[in-house]
Ligand binder design. Structure first.
Ligand code: SF4
Length: 352
């Protein structure tokens, strides 16, 4: 059983989670789409972990599995030590109160025919919370918490009368109204204007401090992860390939994919823009056609023939709080390149 630093079970514990779909190809041919392929991570109350990767890497599927909006085909999803994949939907009400989601598109995730009051009140009605007047009080409290003030002015408005940033605040108020312990924040700022992004992330941080909410923050943008999530996990084609403190991942990325992702971030300093920074070549292969060995090998600039295309890379613990899944850091790869890969990859890096 995984333990957190206090020796207790973590709030959310994803263990070797896989999500494979059968997909019908041409004629009668079916293929297996490996959206998730053995992902493990833990999240505690009051903690934020960013899940970073290109579109199609499995990050949104992982988020949906964590809320049991999708049932994984293998692995366990423990919430306070209870495997929610084994609980009947009819018995999940307690979990559904404690775990909520904020989704990417504030323009489609709110019902345009419902008022703001109805949208924010709906989870309370579903969970049978309070009388009508208590629920109204709760809705006003939630709107006030997300700084839609005075709350009474927003109750009878419809979503189309709000800006993108205000709509996302309504989405947060809706998630907050049941005072959850866990929130999946799936690209919560990617579709709102740049000026509102920092405000929304600051608001989520404030709410976390006040209510000890744990966030799984799904993003394609490693730059926003730096300011919001102390820990990040980088996903590629259904697997976590590197995990550790976000600042370390950004300042000293170890996995060639993480390096490529960072090189693709626009550089505001013209001097650095001129420097040679290899970006990721090509596109990620389809999860219906996962390459052999290391799944990143067709795009990897330092790919080792006969090893990377044949043998799956080991998961290597390079620091107590940092792991990477790449042959460059395993014994076989080090021997092959005939050199150590640098200070952060010590000779006693442990294969886990
Ligand atoms: Fe590149 Fe090989 Fe590492 Fe994969 S295992 S990222 S192909 S060096």
């Amino acid at each position: 059983m995984n333990m957190n630093t206090n020796g207790a079970a973590p709030m959310l514990d994803l263990q070797d989670v896989a999500m494979h779909f059968k997909s019908r190809g041409r004629g009668f041919h079916t293929t297996t789409v490996r959206a998730l392929d053995g992902v493990s991570l833990t999240l505690d109350r009051g903690e934020t972990i960013a899940i970073v990767g290109e579109s199609g890497c499995g990050k949104t599927t992982l988020g949906r599995v964590s809320l049991r909006l999708l049932e994984p085909t293998a692995g366990r999803v423990l919430f306070d030590n209870v495997d929610i994949t084994q609980v009947k939907e009819s018995n999940l009400k307690g979990f559904r109160r404690r775990a909520q989601g904020i989704f990417q598109d504030p323009f489609t995730s709110l019902d345009p025919y419902m008022t703001i009051r109805q949208i924010v009140e709906e989870p309370l009605i579903i969970h049978g919370v309070g009388s009508a007047s208590e629920r109204l009080e709760r809705v006003q409290w939630a709107l006030d918490e997300v700084r839609m003030r005075p709350a009474a002015d927003f109750l009878d408005r419809f979503p189309h009368l709000l800006s993108g940033g205000q709509r996302q605040r309504v989405g947060i108020a809706r998630a907050l109204t049941l005072t959850p312990e866990y929130i999946l924040a799936d690209e919560p700022v990617s579709m709102i204007d740049a000026s509102s992004r920092a405000e929304i992330l600051a608001l989520l941080s404030e709410l976390q401090e006040r209510y000890r909410i744990g966030y799984l923050y799904i993003t394609h943008d490693i730059a926003t992860a730096r300011h919001f999530a102390p820990t990040a996990a980088v996903m590629y084609l259904g697997r976590v390939v590197e995990q550790g403190p976000t600042v370390d991942l950004i300042n000293n990325p170890l996995h060639p994919y993480t390096q490529g992702l960072l090189n693709a971030v626009p550089e505001p300093d013209p001097a650095n823009r001129l420097a040679e920074r290899p970006v990721l070549p090509g596109e990620a292969p389809s999860p219906a056609n996962v390459p052999s060995g290391c799944r990143f090998h067709p795009r990897c600039p330092v790919f080792m023939e006969g090893l990377c295309d044949v043998v799956e890379p080991p998961l290597v613990q390079v620091e107590p709080d940092r792991t990477v899944e790449c042959h460059l850091y395993g014994a076989e790869g080090k021997e092959r390149v005939g050199r150590d890969t640098g200070k952060s990859v010590s000779g006693d890096a442990e294969i886990v």
